[in-house]
Write a protein that binds this ligand. Structure first.
Ligand SMILES: Cc1cc2nc3c(=O)[nH]c(=O)nc-3n(C[C@H](O)[C@H](O)[C@H](O)COP(=O)(O)O)c2cc1C
Length: 392
């Protein structure tokens, strides 16, 4: 694989550093959610008008800059052909507005959502906070999204090729609407999947967001079984995965691994954001003046990494060797990507690290993985999953 990171005239890294570099160095300044929204507004237009010559040229340049194709990175998992193991985690493109262009950023897959059956505005603002020094974030967004019907419209407007015929895989992350009781949660998830399932390569049952009251109770084995059974009965149900919290204890993780195995789930995504403060209890959030220990919301980014690795290792040991795991939480470099894969993850996702590092993180990780495979004399990334081979 050619190392192209520094060689091109068009450098997304240069553009990113110019626009976002100084902002991301500080906690305060431009509000983190506003910044995300501004970016998403441009991506929405780019996705809708991607065939227009000017935009098409720009997207092609972006792809040349960021994509890294290599057969060593390709895998087929739960019937989906992944061109590489690196995806964009759920929560960035909540409404699927840029679904058609994420492969231009080099990702092998993107997880849209979380989408809920009912449109909802989410929690009061401000609700997303950067912690620049720690390369972390705190969010209590609360599943703000336009709802499943609107997402369907949004995806159809972008004229994305159907599953099986796309340059990269599109997953769909489903959550429970806030107004729906836990008892009726299966109907709520099912309503979303019924209309969106045929557009997705895979779907994720999100029972791990800390920002919807009671949601994590659905991680209880019996509740989860009921939910899975309901969704799998739908004709439009694609391969189904579950996304879990980092705050479960070992017994709960083992219970979930067992449910996933027994119910024939396609995989497990570990982990969502954490309610634990991971050594940052006294860290003051500048915008509110309060320490993290009394702020609501889930922690993501670098501090989450050790726990995320522990959970992947535990799952790998107890979920059966063949159940695909997707590792997410604190991945921000080629080394941390490799570490997660050799711990047991077949695929990995980034969010907070990608925001801090910028789009260059994707080719950096992909080049790093290929170089490690070469050094270890391996032909495909699947050979090293769970191998505990060191970074050399
Ligand atoms: C602002 C923000 C919003 C998020 N929204 C969602 C979401 O809607 N659904 C979900 O499953 N995970 C959501 N996540 C969690 C991420 O998908 C990921 O699991 C978590 O951030 C850990 O990865 P990271 O350390 O690379 O950020 C969100 C994370 C952030 C920072």
């Amino acid at each position: 694989m050619e190392n192209k990171s520094e060689a091109r005239f068009f450098s997304s890294n240069f553009v990113y550093k110019q626009f976002f570099g100084h902002i991301l160095e500080k906690d305060d300044g431009i509000d983190a959610e506003k910044l995300t929204q501004l970016t998403l507004n441009s991506l929405e237009k780019a996705s809708l008008y991607r065939k227009w010559p000017g935009i098409s040229n720009l997207l092609n340049e972006l792809a040349k800059d960021l994509q890294r194709k290599d057969a060593k990175l390709e895998q087929t998992l739960f019937g989906c052909n992944f061109s590489n193991p690196l995806g964009l985690a759920a929560g960035f493109d909540k409404n699927g507005i840029a679904a058609s262009i994420w492969d231009n950023f080099g990702f092998g897959f993107v997880e849209l959502g979380t989408v809920t059956w009912h449109a909802q505005t989410g929690n009061a603002k401000p609700r997303l906070f950067r912690m620049s020094k720690e390369k972390a974030a705190l969010n209590r967004m609360g599943f703000n999204n336009n709802g499943a019907e609107k997402m369907k419209e949004t995806l159809e407007k972008q004229k994305i090729p159907p599953p099986g015929n796309r340059p990269s895989i599109i997953g769909l992350n489903l959550g429970k609407s806030k107004i729906t009781s836990l008892e009726h949660a299966p109907d709520d998830y099912a309503s979303s999947l019924e209309i969106l399932g045929s557009l997705a390569d895979y779907a994720v049952i999100n029972v791990s967001s800390p920002n919807t009251p009671g949601l994590r109770q659905l991680q209880d084995s019996e509740q989860l079984r009921r939910l899975i059974k309901k969704l799998r009965r739908l004709p439009s149900c694609p391969p189904l995965l579950v996304k879990i919290a980092p705050d479960l204890d070992n017994r709960e993780i083992d219970g979930l691994a067992q449910v996933a195995y027994q119910e024939g789930l396609a995989g497990i995504i570990a982990v969502n954001t954490s309610l634990n403060r991971l050594g940052l209890e006294e860290r003051i959030i500048l915008q509110t003046g309060r320490p993290l220990r009394i702020e609501k919301g889930g922690l993501s980014g670098k501090p989450l990494r050790p726990r995320a690795i522990e959970v992947i290792k535990r799952l790998r040991k107890n979920a059966g060797e063949d159940l695909p795991l997707i590792g997410v939480g604190g991945i921000d470099s080629p080394e941390s990507a490799w570490e997660r894969i050799v711990a047991g993850a077949s695929l990995i996702q980034v969010y907070t690290g990608w925001i801090f590092q910028g789009p260059i993180l994707v080719p950096n990780i992909l080049e790093g993985l290929v170089s490690q495979l070469n050094r270890h004399g391996c032909n495909n990334i699947s050979e090293v999953v769970g191998s505990e081979l060191p970074w050399i």
